[in-house]
Design a binder for this molecule. Structure first.
Ligand SMILES: *[C@@H]1O[C@H](CO)[C@@H](O)[C@H](O)[C@H]1NC(C)=O
Ligand SMILES: *[C@@H]1O[C@H](CO)[C@@H](O)[C@H](O)[C@H]1NC(C)=O
Ligand SMILES: *[C@@H]1O[C@H](CO)[C@@H](O)[C@H](O)[C@H]1NC(C)=O
Length: 333
């Protein structure tokens, strides 16, 4: 058989291919081992019985694994889901695997300001306390779509919705202190910069880019939130979960996809590995009282100087208040 001008029936070629495969597997195993010892997994044994945790976007990937780890620790876990049916299935699966029955499903479409208000009202009405709010839900839309509120969908889901939700739950968080807000951002914020005058883009030559911008916004939001919460018992931190092997790379065609697979299998995390930093920030004693920081692999990391620009963070905050139509009777942070 001849492939790309190479005769595959030649024994020398066969041996070379076999060697290449063995070398590839060895590299992957070594990388995996390196990742295992260096990835900053959280193995703390702290229990969360009596605590209540809300997690958005909990029905798949990172969110589901985060919810699972927190349920294992005994917390009451509120799964805030856009799709209640899939939330119900997740709940059953988590109860089965963690034996924690204290898991509830609540409807939340974080891209809709109305849904955020309804969700917050229900939580405020039905929950005695809230110890941790994990902003995990995120989307990367391939085209520009505006929500019913006139907000671009990726920004609405990843930034504006969480911004409003935090306001509406802040009193409950304060009453339950010490409590925590955890924001899933991404190291990929470094690929872009954030123009605070374009928080709600109506057109873009590359809509996927808005995802990175929203992750930048997550960092500004966290920094400004932490600053405004100084002197309270509520902390706010953000994190990079790691690059995740989530299957979105599966569509790359075959010869190209081999080196890519090597990188993905070697370097990328599974959702179960990637949830460690979220879980760490939600419960670890080491970060009690720590606020306004950025974490990766369960360790504090530096931000670019642009991301630490507190003037821009403040501006983002003030403009966001307008975009989400914060009302005078809403709590101010
Ligand atoms: C989800 O579960 C709740 C409680 O068991 C049930 O009342 C509700 O009808 C379920 N919703 C869907 C869409 O499956
Ligand atoms: C939460 O409920 C309290 C009363 O129990 C009320 O004063 C407050 O305005 C409510 N907050 C929100 C955001 O609904
Ligand atoms: C923070 O929490 C601690 C422990 O519950 C409490 O003693 C303290 O008064 C709280 N501080 C504020 C500012 O709420």
């Amino acid at each position: 058989m001849i492939v790309l001008g190479v005769d595959l029936s030649c024994p020398v070629i066969q041996i070379l291919i076999a060697l290449a495969l063995v070398a590839g597997l060895t590299v992957v195993s070594l990388l995996k081992f390196y990742a295992y010892i260096s990835c900053g997994y959280y193995r703390g044994k702290v229990r969360m019985n009596g605590k209540t945790v809300i997690i958005t976007g909990p029905t798949g990937g990172l969110g589901k694994e985060t919810a699972r780890e927190i349920a294992k620790k005994g917390a009451r876990v509120i799964l805030a889901c856009r799709n209640v049916e899939s939330g119900n299935r997740t709940k059953d699966e988590l109860i089965e695997s963690t034996k924690n029955e204290n898991i509830v499903v609540r409807k939340l479409d974080v891209s809709s300001l109305k849904s955020v208000r309804e969700f917050a009202q229900e939580i405020n009405r039905t929950e005695q306390r809230l110890d941790v709010l994990i902003h995990n839900a995120g989307t990367a839309e391939k085209s520009i779509k505006m929500t019913e509120d006139g907000l671009e969908t990726t920004m609405a889901t990843n930034h504006f919705g969480p911004f409003l939700l935090t306001h509406l739950l802040i009193d409950l968080l304060k009453r339950s202190g010490p409590s925590r807000v955890v924001v899933v951002a991404s190291e990929l914020y470094r690929l872009c910069s954030l123009n605070v005058n374009q928080l709600n883009p109506e057109r873009s030559w590359f809509p996927l880019w808005i995802y990175y911008i929203s992750k930048y916004a997550n960092i500004y939001f966290t920094n400004e939130l932490a600053k405004r919460l100084e002197g309270t018992n509520v902390t706010a931190n953000c994190l990079h979960p790691g690059m995740i092997d989530s299957g979105i790379w599966r569509n790359v065609p075959v010869p190209l996809n081999w080196p890519l697979q090597l990188i993905i299998k070697g370097f990328f995390k599974t959702p179960a590995q990637a949830c460690h930093t979220s879980v760490y920030l939600a419960c670890a004693e080491e970060v009690e009282g720590v606020s306004g920081k950025y974490f990766m692999d369960c360790k504090e990391r530096g931000l670019s100087s642009g991301a630490m620009d507190m003037n821009k963070a403040k501006k983002l905050w003030e403009l966001s208040e307008q975009y989400v139509h914060l009302k005078s009777q809403d709590p101010k942070i």
